[in-house]
Design a protein around this ligand. Structure first.
Ligand SMILES: [Ca+2]
Ligand SMILES: [Ca+2]
Length: 291
């Protein structure tokens, strides 16, 4: 059966090697590390009327478009003239976003108007993510589904008085879903006591944890098993029923779990003979914020 807490603590102390074979989470995902390209296309849908002017009268950069004021492509295009008239236009290369100007721009998750890195919004304008392990346990079938497990995370966050409780979702996989695909965000991941759990999703799923995810939404400690159905890289454990995708309490069905006090890959997938464990076992769930 599942380990007893004292054994877990010993394991925590003696645990060491992290798997380096795990693929980084972000490698296969779009939103993780990329910067938005700001295509500069489209814009100004209003009258514009195709602005023809494509005839390119001898280079001249045809100021075109910006038909907001009449101006009707006077052909001449006086250099530099008054302020508001045309000028620029054309391939509007959007100005680069500035972190710290208190305006959330294209590639920024947040902008709190400062460059202080550890106050929720970093100096590169990535937002911290909160995470906790649930303070109560559930039989696998009591989760009902991943979606309803999300509701449990919401309830835990709400009852603990956490801001924006709807942002929390359950870190679970099922037969059709990889847990890692359910979460976004490039910032640090923090426990409810403010301790940094991981520097980012990508480093977390590559096996680099600062410490265990053993703090509940109430900032209490939970040492024990946690339903995950998930490999250390965030993908679903293959060929698993996940207790009928978390809807079954059958005594002959099983699901995979990790240990909340582990900092090795066992935080998601415990290396135990009884893993997967029967659906009737009462285990906690991990809840993470997503942006
Ligand atoms: Ca900004
Ligand atoms: Ca900041």
């Amino acid at each position: 059966m599942l380990r007893s807490p004292p054994t877990l603590l010993l394991a925590l102390v003696t645990s060491g090697c992290l798997s380096s074979k795990i693929e980084a989470f972000c490698d296969g995902l779009g939103p993780c590390g990329e910067t938005v390209a700001s295509t500069g296309g489209a814009s100004t849908t209003d009258d514009s009327s195709s602005s023809s002017s494509s005839d390119t009268t001898g280079g001249s950069t045809t100021s075109g478009t910006t038909s907001t004021d009449e101006q009707t492509s006077s052909g001449g295009m006086t250099t530099e003239t008054g302020a508001d008239d045309a000028s620029t236009t054309g391939t509007t290369t959007a100005p680069p976003s500035v972190c710290g100007d208190n305006v959330v721009e294209a590639d920024e998750e947040c902008d709190d108007g400062d460059l202080i890195p550890d106050n929720g919004c970093s100096d590169t304008c990535t937002a911290d993510i909160r995470a906790f392990v649930s303070s109560t346990t559930y039989k696998a079938g009591e989760l009902m589904s991943i979606t309803l497990a999300d509701a449990l995370c919401f309830n835990h966050a709400l009852n603990a008085g956490l801001p924006e409780p709807l942002r929390f979702k359950a870190f679970l996989s099922d037969s059709k879903t990889d847990a890692r695909d359910r979460f976004k965000g490039r910032g640090r991941i923090l426990l409810m006591n403010g301790v940094v759990f991981a520097d980012s999703w990508s480093t977390l799923l590559a096996g680099n944890l600062h410490g265990p995810l053993e703090v509940t939404e109430k900032s209490e400690t939970y040492h024990g098993p946690v339903w995950t159905g998930t490999n250390p890289d965030g993908t679903a454990v293959p060929n698993a029923t996940h207790c009928a995708d978390w809807s079954s309490n059958s005594p002959v069905d099983y699901a995979y779990y990790g240990y909340s006090d582990e900092i090795t890959e066992e935080w998601l997938l415990a290396d135990q003979l009884d893993n997967p464990v029967e659906c009737l076992a009462p285990l906690a769930i991990y809840c993470f914020e997503t942006s």
